[in-house]
Design a protein around this ligand. Structure first.
Ligand SMILES: [Zn+2]
Ligand SMILES: [Zn+2]
Length: 327
């Protein structure tokens, strides 16, 4: 029974089929010659004769053996120097550890644990050295940072991995990035809402009258032609005319992967955090978002006096009569 689901071991622990498949995939990706092999020397300056690297060049102790085929020695890593510098002592006898004594490396996304053996012949204890900070009980910070950076740059997991492999840095599994994205979503939404509240105050302070003036526009994730709009998600923002800051935003989603999965299997949906907040047409999202944004602003005590929007009859017709519409 349990043997079917947990058939393989990953890092010494019994793992589900999905987890072990992921581990296999990562192992395969990391072992690829093109990924973890020798770097191409684009832009390298040709120097005649052998190059010797010694302690003064690298600051890692004595002579470092170059050309080793050990996996930890290949490619690049993103390392927090401060964390690494402070962890380079033996856990048992606290003598200095050397990077050249790394015995093994276990990679967690973009960070890793280095297994470094003690140089003292009497001790030889193997210490676990992290390459970055870990926030209380959670994973390595860098894995959250890379997810935030991905969102900020408007990329997806495959773009991130294309970039990382191009730099010869071990790639991060797409599912790890998606998991972090889910964890970060509420934090990002909270920050966005706080920023909007602050912008509303600022906008009113800069305004000559007691009403707000702003520019509104909506967009869809999927391109719509003049007569066909069928995107499953739409977003809108209202930008203050004085500050140029976003004072309100909204999102409409009419698709949920969990709902779709159970509908497809013709089974009842289990209770889940459903994102669906729209059932109408994609084009209908725009006026609805405009109305709910103006309503939310009104609830917070802000009146929108003038709204600049595109020449969209549906949006114009649904806005309250008191608003002056400009385009
Ligand atoms: Zn030691
Ligand atoms: Zn759902």
């Amino acid at each position: 029974m349990a043997d079917d689901k947990y058939s393989q071991r990953v890092r010494g622990k019994m793992a589900s089929t999905g987890r072990s498949k992921k581990a296999d995939r990562m192992r395969k990706m990391n072992s690829k010659e093109t990924l973890r092999g020798e770097d191409h020397d684009y832009g390298a300056v040709f120097v005649e004769g052998p190059i010797s690297v010694n302690a003064t060049d690298l600051e890692v102790g004595e002579n470092v053996e170059l050309g080793s085929s050990k996996p930890w020695f290949q490619g690049r890593r993103v390392v927090e120097l401060d964390v690494l510098a402070r962890s380079m002592n033996c856990e048992k006898c606290s003598s200095w550890l050397r990077l050249s004594d790394i015995k093994d490396e276990v990679i967690y996304g973009m960070a890793s644990f280095l297994y470094i053996s003690c140089r003292s012949s009497a001790c030889q204890h193997i210490s676990l050295v992290p390459t970055g900070k870990k926030s209380n009980g959670k994973g390595f910070d860098i894995n959250y940072k890379v997810c935030l950076a991905m969102i900020n740059a408007g990329m997806g997991p495959s773009h991130v991995n294309n970039f990382l492999t191009g730099c010869n840095i071990p790639p991060v599994d797409a599912s790890t990035l998606r998991k972090k994205q889910k964890e970060l979503a509420p934090v990002i939404i909270e920050a966005a809402e706080a920023s909007c509240k602050e912008a509303q105050r600022e906008e009113l302070e800069c305004s000559e009258c007691s009403e707000l003036e702003g520019s509104f526009d909506a967009g869809w994730q999927k391109r719509g032609s003049g007569w066909s709009y069928n995107s499953h998600t739409g977003h809108a923002s209202l930008i203050g005319i004085n500050t140029g800051k976003v004072v309100e935003f909204d999102v409409r989603t009419r698709n949920c992967s969990i709902c779709q999965y159970y509908i497809g299997k013709n089974e009842p949906k289990p209770p889940h955090e459903c994102n669906v907040n729209w059932t109408g047409s994609s084009k209908g999202m725009e006026p609805d978002m405009a109305c709910s944004m103006i309503q939310r602003l009104a609830e917070d005590g802000y009146t929108v006096g003038t709204l600049h929007a595109d020449n969209d009859a549906t949006t114009q017709s649904r806005l309250p009569r008191s608003i002056i519409k400009k385009r």
